[in-house]
Design a protein around this ligand. Structure first.
Ligand SMILES: [Zn+2]
Length: 680
């Protein structure tokens, strides 16, 4: 370095920053003179943990737990939902690390308890944490359960890897943690029990975090954005502009017509989960359709089915019905977002959205599945909001003052560029920075129908809903499906009550594992495969289907048993001479229904000198006496795979699963052939 201080050489820092170490917590530490900063900041917490831990001398773990529990109180209190990506993954990492410390010091308390204690310490200065107490507790409970489950599943996994590879390297360690949630310490312990030493790299946690740090890069605009003229966006200023006059500034011939940029336009370009507007442009009485519009730089490019030249004057009109429906769905996402937050908590955060004409979907962060009762409640709240007929305030605001006033919650749909942002405020329901097209008043939505809410990934749920006339359309479609299904079932079931259509269809869709549109076909098939002798009287459609489902299961069981048994001979036995001149009895039997096939197969060859293959349902079990030289595993494998199923096992006991019942006879022949081949 260039600088010499007291005989030592120093060079300038690449980053010029001042770090005086004057953090508030540190100043408190200096003034109190405790051993560590932790003793100053968390005295009650440390005492409490020490008192309740069996291994109270491990101060490092106790300090870490005090610090982590406070960190989690803030993270979860701020609305972060544990997941496998970004901040959510960091939260999960800290939760699991804390759980490991709890195990290590054998603390007689749950992580939930610790974090809620922190919330209580902090509530005076951070009352918002106290308000989120219920969700924080729930999240920690769920995450702790998940952690325990993965650990118990993982134990066998570690043993299996050791059995195959004899060792566990760094990559395997990261993989075990990342995909199976196995902490390296635990892996190390299990391995130790098996006599294998596992080395944990010192930067293990950063190796894991590294895997998840690759954020999706914004897709670069591939279009030639260069030198396209700027378009004045009429849709941005007034979302109700339906028609306008404009001049063509740029034109380019395409296969089906041309693409043009106008000096101004009311056509909304595709973006932010909203499809583009459609409509037409008129020039000299010539009507040209606008098929699609997109944003390229500052220009809006219209894709036309006819040709327009530069300087052409046009009159434009957007397809208002199309746009108005999208506006209802778009404004609806704000209302549904508000309803979700109202019922489920402040951690609800938009994770993506896509508007369509028939319905809209909206993805949001939430740490568990939404129950049917909650779905009903969310729909109710959303419709109560709509009935309040609140104005949708649209204001262009300076970024700083907008953030100061509303907080970062503004950026639900991502952070928009620029210093001024358009803030959309539906008083008391939702505030967001949003560039889409909105209604002036949420009353125009008319009504919202939640079609479904489902968990799409860890930490994310998706709500699908329809607004206004589309909600009515969905409802009448559902009614049609319902009535059709009732009609199909009518010869067999007399259904008394006919209310709760939506709800019952949802139950049926789950019961038969098909979307509601396929219920009629599926139920017809079930009826065909089931013999219902007498017409039954039932309370509602749900009960009718439940009965049908049960009957079908019964019928299927006997059908299966029958079909497997009818096309094979029931019992055979033959004597085979092996290559070393011994005699082996080869037997085949159908396993009686009340017998356990494996036990049955073992018993049949107990006396020695026997090989047996047995069928039960779609299962073939093969067994051999201890004194017979044979390896049954590859035989079972081949028999199974030959019929589209699978098979395997040990040398004296193996089994195969037959996928296609029509092939069971073939499978038996195959088994016999392969056994004979090995013996001779
Ligand atoms: Zn919006």
């Amino acid at each position: 370095g260039d600088f010499e201080i007291e005989g030592k050489k120093y060079s300038p820092n690449p980053l010029n920053i001042v770090d005086t170490g004057y953090g508030l917590e540190r100043i408190a530490w200096y003034t109190q003179g405790t051993q560590t900063v932790y003793d100053t900041v968390f005295p009650e917490m440390i005492d409490w943990i020490k008192k309740h831990a069996k291994k109270s001398s491990d101060m490092k773990s106790i300090y870490s737990l005090s610090d982590h529990s406070k960190c989690l109180a803030f993270m979860l209190g701020d609305g972060i939902v544990p997941s496998n990506v970004k901040a959510g993954y960091l939260a999960r990492l800290i939760i699991r690390r804390s759980l490991r410390f709890i195990e290590k010091i054998r603390l007689d308390a749950s992580l939930k308890q610790l974090v809620l204690m922190q919330v209580n310490f902090l509530k005076k200065d951070f009352p918002s944490l106290k308000k989120r107490e219920k969700q924080i507790g729930e999240i920690l409970f769920i995450e702790t359960q998940k952690y325990k489950e993965t650990i118990s599943k993982g134990k066998n996994l570690v043993k299996r890897i050791l059995h195959e590879k004899k060792t566990i390297d760094q990559n395997e360690l990261v993989n075990l943690y990342d995909t199976h949630g196995m902490q390296p310490d635990i892996v190390k312990n299990i391995a130790k029990g098996e006599g294998v030493t596992v080395k944990i790299p010192h930067n293990f946690e950063s190796m894991v975090a590294e895997l998840h740090s690759h954020e999706k890069k914004e897709e670069a605009c591939s279009d030639v954005a260069v030198n396209l003229p700027k378009t004045e966006k009429l849709y941005y200023k007034n979302h109700y502009t339906k028609e306008f006059d404009a001049t063509v500034l740029w034109s380019n011939k395409t296969k089906g017509g041309s693409e043009v940029v106008l000096d101004k336009t009311a056509f909304y370009p595709e973006g932010g989960g909203q499809p583009s507007d459609i409509g037409f442009l008129k020039n000299n009485g010539n009507k040209i359709n606008v098929k699609h519009t997109k944003k390229v730089g500052d220009a809006i490019v219209h894709d036309l089915d006819g040709v327009l030249e530069v300087d052409d004057k046009v009159y434009g009109e957007i397809n208002w019905e199309h746009r108005y429906t999208l506006m209802k769905h778009h404004t609806g996402t704000h209302v549904v977002n508000g309803a979700l937050r109202h019922l489920l908590g402040e951690h609800i955060w938009q994770a993506g959205s896509q508007l369509g004409l028939n319905e809209a979907r909206f993805d949001f962060s939430h740490y568990k599945s939404v129950t049917d009762d909650e779905i009903k409640e969310i729909e109710k709240i959303a419709n109560e909001f709509v009935k309040r007929k609140i104005d949708v305030e649209k204001k262009i605001m300076d970024r700083n003052s907008a953030e100061k006033k509303y907080g970062f919650r503004l950026y639900q749909g991502g952070v928009p560029p620029g210093n001024s942002i358009r803030v959309l405020n539906i008083q008391g329901i939702d505030v967001e920075a949003c560039g889409g097209t909105h209604l002036n008043n949420i009353g125009e939505i008319d009504r919202i129908k939640i079609i479904k809410i489902e968990r799409i990934q860890d930490g994310v749920n998706r709500v699908v809903f329809a607004a206004g006339a589309m909600a009515d359309l969905h409802q009448s479609e559902e009614k049609e499906i319902y009535e059709n299904v009732v009609k199909i079932l009518n010869p067999f079931y007399e259904i008394e009550q006919k209310e709760g259509i939506s709800e019952q269809l949802k139950v049926l869709s789950k019961m038969f594992s098909v979307p509601i549109e396929q219920l009629d076909k599926t139920i017809k098939r079930f009826l065909k495969e089931t013999k219902i002798v007498k017409r039954k009287s039932v309370k509602n459609l749900k009960d009718a289907c439940k009965n049908l489902f049960d009957e079908w299961k019964k019928a299927r069981k006997t059908l299966k048993q029958k079909s497997f048994c009818t096309n094979v001979n029931l019992y055979t036995s033959e004597c085979i001479e092996t290559k070393d001149n011994k005699k082996v009895d080869l037997i085949f039997e159908v396993v009686p229904r009340d017998e356990n096939p494996i036990q049955y197969a073992i018993n049949k060859v107990k006396t020695g000198g026997k090989i047996g293959y047995f069928i039960s349902g779609n299962r073939v079990t093969i067994s051999a006496s201890g004194n017979v030289q044979i390896n049954l595993a590859p035989i079972a494998k081949e028999v199974g795979e030959d019929t589209g199923g699978s098979g395997g096992g040990k040398s004296k006991l193996a089994y195969a699963t037959i996928k296609d019942p029509d092939k069971s006879s073939k499978a038996m022949d195959k088994a016999k052939k392969l056994i004979k081949k090995q013996l001779k």
